[in-house]
Design a protein around this ligand. Structure first.
Ligand code: NI
Length: 184
């Protein structure tokens, strides 16, 4: 089932999401629906708050970026209650976008690699080192769980450049190819 995607301006994107309990109903189905929704919107990551659920869970799939970023090959994950246990001091700056902020692409500085501990959709624990663009995708989605979005991290100068665009999105004045949830 495709789920409507929440846009910047919806308060759910600014909330600190709650941990997912082991008895959360239909978690597997939710993860499948999130993957489907992400693929149909041509995204590489989608966090639960973006579909209006304030829980600590996201999906990523970097497969389509593998030619440019080999570290993304096979990087398909559902991460539940993730914790970043380590991050590199070395940083990399690259462009990002977000399904909740259509049409906005800006450079963001992030650690070059991280170690992340999480549960998969079967509630099995994993800990892995993630590099490069895959680390970027993970951190971008992780930020959503703490009520943060990537445009919070752009330079003050760029912020003034995109201000009007962001205001339009927050008022729902945006057209995109996927279904969005109207802002109340
Ligand atoms: Ni995003």
């Amino acid at each position: 089932m495709l789920l409507p995607i929440v846009l910047l301006g919806d308060p759910v994107l600014r909330k600190v999401a709650e941990p997912v309990p082991a008895d959360y109903p239909d978690l597997k189905k939710l993860s499948e629906d999130m993957f489907l929704t992400m693929y149909s919107a041509n995204g590489v990551g989608l966090a639960a708050p973006q579909i209006g659920r304030s829980i600590r869970m996201f999906v990523v799939d970097g497969s389509e970026l593998a030619s440019e970023y080999p570290e993304c090959k096979g990087f398909k994950r559902c991460m539940i209650n993730p914790v970043i246990t380590e991050e590199s001091e070395e940083t990399v700056t690259k462009e990002e976008g977000c399904l909740s902020i259509p049409g906005v692409y800006e450079s963001v500085k992030r650690p070059a690699w991280i170690v992340v501990k999480y549960l998969d959709a079967d509630f099995v624990e994993h800990e892995e080192r993630v590099e490069g663009y895959a680390a970027r995708m993970t951190l971008h989605e992780y930020d959503h769980l703490d009520g943060k979005v990537f445009v919070d991290k752009v330079s003050p100068l760029r912020k003034t450049f995109i201000k009007t665009k962001l205001q339009k999105i927050s008022k729902g004045k945006v057209s995109c190819s996927y279904r969005t949830k109207p802002i109340k």
